[in-house]
Design a binder for this molecule. Structure first.
Ligand code: PLP
Length: 410
């Protein structure tokens, strides 16, 4: 009995890794700029960027140099001691944003955990321990920890993991009445929102809604937490989407692009909000370690350099135009262009997994999102020629899918 319970359900599965990912059976051994190379030295244009992470592409010389130099000096000391690179990176982030204080983490979900804790602790500090509720929106993605799956509210991600963490209320996307009611309640601590839902299908929140949200938060003494983990660090063509929109959050979670591939996230906050996070309230062993700080500072060197964001905007314009032309050419495959900057999506008329697989056959790597959308997330260093290559590959992809489907129906 005990033995049968312990028996493997599938004895042919020899993969020692958790089966949490349906991985493509493909291994890359090296990267260079926008290109990834497999074991046979076949090259693929990388419009995934490790899911919006490799902002500077692969093996960017400045990043490689920074990591090498730091690796030869010092890797880790813990937050028991001062870390110069961390003070510098935090100061630089504060100089270019609303923020006055920064907490470094190793991932996006951890940055969100810090943001959530900071929001609740702020209210607690103000004598409002009843303000614990965080409002979020259907289709959101904030990570895979127990708190962030509760925040995201995606049933599939919550199933089987016991009672969801309490203090989160997931509202329908665009339901202003529900929002107005929930935000006015005494237990409301914060609104947490992605300016553009990435995993949810590249769904942008209209600018006027973000501005309205900012006003509503102000009116009810509720904090606004922005999740710019995917949209931030220049991907939208602006350092952060909210800066283009002209609003400021009280707290912001970032990650992905900031490390350029080195695990790094951060929670940014106004000083009066962060003041609640006193010694003992939060911590991390690795967060903000010298290696991650070297990576983050090196990424900032490039992203903040003159002309970089203009370059992103220019390439984004090229990409948007090409995608518009592509959906006109292939209306049975692609139906809608979404997104901003180099966070673009194509809504598909056929299963998105088929598009991703067919594009891979044409040496173009893409990543699926929710709502049957395929995402195009090129490294921010992408050139006009790279975009031409990718659009030709996508045109070929659509043609092969069309001929396959007309073959199917014949
Ligand atoms: C990826 C992502 C996260 C989670 O980041 P991890 O590093 O995977 O924990 C959170 N929010 C958004 C918007 C993301 O895109």
């Amino acid at each position: 009995m005990a033995q049968s319970m312990l028996a493997h359900s599938d004895t042919s599965d020899t993969d020692p890794l958790f089966g949490t990912y349906a991985r493509t059976p493909q291994t890359f051994v090296r990267g260079e700029g926008v290109w990834l190379f497999d074991e046979d030295d076949r090259r693929y244009m990388d419009f995934v960027s490790g899911i919006a992470v490799n902002a500077l592409g692969h093996a960017h010389p400045h990043l490689v140099e920074a990591i090498k130099a730091q690796a030869e000096k010092l890797w880790h000391t813990s937050n028991l001691f001062q870390i110069d690179g961390g003070r510098r990176l935090a100061q630089r982030l504060c100089d270019v944003t609303f923020a006055e204080k920064v907490f470094f983490t190793n991932s996006g979900a951890e940055a969100l955990e810090c943001a959530i804790k900071t929001a609740r602790r702020f209210h607690y500090d103000q004598g409002h321990s009843e303000r614990v509720n965080i409002l979020t929106f259907a289709g959101a993605f904030h990570g895979r920890t127990l708190a962030t799956i509760a925040a995201g509210g995606n049933k599939a991600y919550l199933e089987g993991f016991g009672p969801p963490a309490s203090g989160f209320e997931n509202l329908a996307f665009g339901d202003h009445d529900a929002l107005d009611a929930a935000i006015a309640r005494d237990d409301c601590a914060a609104v947490l929102i992605e300016p553009i839902q990435g995993e949810g299908g590249v769904r942008a929140v209209p600018d006027q809604c973000l501005r309205g949200l900012r006003e509503a938060c102000e009116k009810h003494g509720v904090l606004l937490i922005l999740d710019e983990v995917q949209t931030g660090m220049g991907r939208s063509g602006h350092l952060f989407v909210h800066q283009r929109v002209g609003i400021e959050p009280d707290i912001m979670a970032i990650a992905k692009g900031i490390g350029g591939g080195f695990p790094l996230g951060a929670c940014l906050a106004r000083a009066d909000v962060a003041a609640a996070m006193v010694p003992g309230t939060h911590g991390t062993t690795y967060g903000g370690n010298p290696m991650a700080m070297a990576a983050g500072n090196a990424v900032l060197d490039i992203v903040l350099a003159d002309g970089f964001l203009t370059h992103v905007q220019d390439r984004a314009r090229d990409l948007t135009q090409s995608l518009g032309a592509l959906i006109d050419l292939h209306p049975d495959i692609f139906t809608e262009v979404r997104g901003e900057g180099l966070l673009m999506g194509l809504k598909c008329a056929i299963p998105v997994s088929e598009v991703v697989a067919a594009a891979r056959d044409k040496n173009l790597l893409l990543v699926a999102a929710g709502d049957n959308v395929v995402r195009l997330l090129p490294p921010l260093i992408v050139t006009r020629d790279d975009i031409t290559f990718a659009m030709d590959a996508l045109d070929d992809t659509a043609r092969s899918l069309e001929s396959r489907r007309s073959g199917d129906s014949a």
